[in-house]
Ligand binder design. Structure first.
Ligand code: SF4
Ligand code: SF4
Ligand code: SF4
Length: 546
């Protein structure tokens, strides 16, 4: 339903009374004369963009306005009427983001032409502004959970055959020369019976770092699987869904109490020394008060290298975000500062230069119980602040040793860049009494750095083509297309999903029959009773793992 009511409220302020100098022969107008009354808008018009109607997904024009220190989008669909959605809860933060903007970095190829206009030409079309920092390769549509917040609506589905996965990997490598980070995703990638063959195949390609994006169920209950995974350590991280510590949090966001699963998954990964990134979906009224605890918990874990917070969106299975009350990037920054007792401050967060609208992050040096956020010891902002030189901007201008190291740290391809950038960076870190001791300075490495990343994905309510054009988190698809994350999940995903063809014919079972020689289907989901139970042999059929 489109929201009701006219939000273009008139400001009833009367025109100010100003002294009127009489002109001979002209009557002096009274300030009570209705013709003397002017009305102001109740907001400041800031910008203009294109968005989507959340009801019919047609492209509509939109205004970005500032009101009461917040940022809103106003748009009107000819069919579904006028609507308003919150873009940022902090106008000052929103306006400051642009100073970190930088020229986009081009991919080596584009896949489509500009024909209908953004976002209908994905992609990447020749008008896209940013190469792929993080390539998402979905190797299955199936999942063993049915999270109410799943943007992929994963449940029943197929496992991508190896040749299809290879095609997707080759697409991103061809497009990038060297791909920064490939994240295997789904569905639940740990269910893929050929996951280890896929990782082995990817390891031989020009890919700098790999991740798997997982709910942790298999990792929690299959130690042998984790042992095999540890063979890929080195430029490899597990992106582990981890939303908090309360039963109600998991029941609301995941449909099941997964607390034990998460702790067991972290324990197993730690046992095999596999680096972990905790990824928390944040939903207002559910777990925004757990943000600080998640940060502190992450810092205390030996193998956790960072935490990513992703405010929930109205995409896929989830449509319960109130577009006027969503959690935005500054809300998460504020929560981190307020809930970590001074460990982090709001000023420790810096927007990502190539995608300042949607991503903000910080790093801290960790040694024992000491936590030292990097931006307090080095003027990150002045290195990344290119606004003064925007017109004649040259990347070289910020590519001193520290500048280029920071550029790589403040990057969406952070896991690998962290390792290399920190090596450059450690020799430039100022050693002062306020900063790090000589001994600490020498040991500033991947293991000592903890990153906090906040990524605000868009849905049709707050979709802004200006952001979509700069997105560097891309889905790589079997047909050779590369589609920016928010465009894909808002507009394109349904046309790429295979599962609807099979949902009605598949019985609910752990592993279905092979329907072709290379594609198989999975339709089992866990319940609270099965969550930590040993795997049945049918799933772990021994095919090609390890
Ligand atoms: S999001 Fe990027 S790739 Fe897609 S249509 Fe817009 S500019 Fe082109
Ligand atoms: S675990 Fe991930 S893929 Fe599976 S249903 Fe939940 S959000 Fe979707
Ligand atoms: S985030 Fe880093 S890797 Fe990505 S475009 Fe920006 S500078 Fe390049």
């Amino acid at each position: 339903m489109a929201p009701k009511g006219d939000f273009f409220m008139r400001n009833k302020r009367k025109a100010q009374e100003v002294p009127v100098t009489p002109v001979p022969g002209m009557p002096i107008p009274s300030t009570e004369d209705p013709a003397m009354i002017r009305h102001d808008r109740s907001y400041i018009y800031h910008n203009f963009t294109n968005s989507l109607c959340p009801h019919c997904l047609k492209v509509v024009q939109a205004k970005i306005i500032l009101q009461d220190n917040k940022v809103y989008m106003l748009k009107t669909c000819p069919e579904h009427g006028s609507m308003r959605s919150l873009i940022s809860s902090d106008a000052a933060y929103y306006l400051s983001q642009s100073q970190y903007n930088k020229p986009g970095t081009l991919p080596r190829h584009f896949q489509t032409r500009v024909e209908k206009g953004c976002p209908l030409d994905c992609g990447l079309c020749t008008d896209h502004e940013q190469h792929t920092c993080l390539a998402l390769v979905e190797i299955t549509e199936a999942c063993n959970l049915r999270c109410p917040t799943c943007f992929a609506s994963s449940d029943v589905g197929r496992f991508a055959p190896l040749d299809e996965v290879e095609r997707m990997l080759d697409t991103v490598v061809e497009n990038e020369g060297y791909a920064d980070v490939v994240q295997f995703s789904g569905g639940e990638p740990t269910l893929h019976p050929q996951l280890f063959e896929i990782l082995e195949m990817a390891r031989k390609k020009r890919i700098k770092a790999m991740m798997i994006n997982t709910n942790g169920v298999r990792i929690a209950r299959d130690e042998e699987f984790v042992r095999k995974l540890s063979a890929f350590k080195g430029n490899f991280e597990v992106y582990l869904q981890f939303d908090g510590f309360r039963q109600s949090t998991y029941e609301e966001l995941r449909g099941l109490d997964l607390r034990e699963v998460k702790q067991q998954a972290i324990a197993n990964l730690t046992r095999y020394e596999i680096p972990i990134n905790l990824t928390a979906t944040i939903k207002q009224g559910v777990n925004e008060d757990e943000i600080g605890e998640i940060v502190k918990f992450g810092i205390a874990q030996k193998m956790v290298r960072g935490v990513t917070f992703q405010p929930v969106t109205n995409v896929g299975r989830h449509d319960a975000v109130n577009a006027m009350q969503r959690t935005t990037v500054p809300d998460v920054i504020r929560a981190v500062a307020e809930q970590t007792n001074g460990m982090f401050r709001q000023t420790d967060f810096v927007p990502l230069p190539c995608h300042s609208d949607c991503i903000s992050m910080t790093y801290a040096y960790i040694k024992g119980n000491k936590v030292k956020p990097l931006p307090r010891y080095i003027d990150v902002k002045s290195y990344l602040d290119v606004v003064g030189n925007q017109i004649n901007f040259r990347v070289e201008d910020v590519k001193g040793v520290v500048g280029s190291a920071l550029m790589r740290l403040w990057s969406a391809s952070m896991p690998l860049s962290t390792i290399n950038a920190l090596r450059d960076f450690s020799c430039c870190l100022p050693v002062t009494p306020q900063a790090l001791s000589q001994e600490e300075h020498g040991s500033v490495l991947y293991e000592n750095m903890f990153r906090i990343v906040i990524i605000a994905f868009m849905d049709a309510w707050n979709f802004d083509v200006r952001s979509a054009k700069k997105c560097c988190v891309h889905h790589v698809l079997p047909d050779g297309k590369i589609i920016p994350f928010c465009s894909y999940n808002t507009l394109y995903r349904p046309q790429y999903m295979h599962k609807t063809r099979f949902r009605s014919t598949l019985p609910l079972q752990r592993t279905s029959e092979e329907t072709t020689s290379s594609e198989r289907y999975y339709s089992h989901y866990e319940t609270s009773e099965t969550l930590l139970a040993p795997l049945q042999p049918a799933q772990d059929d021994g095919q090609s793992e390890g």
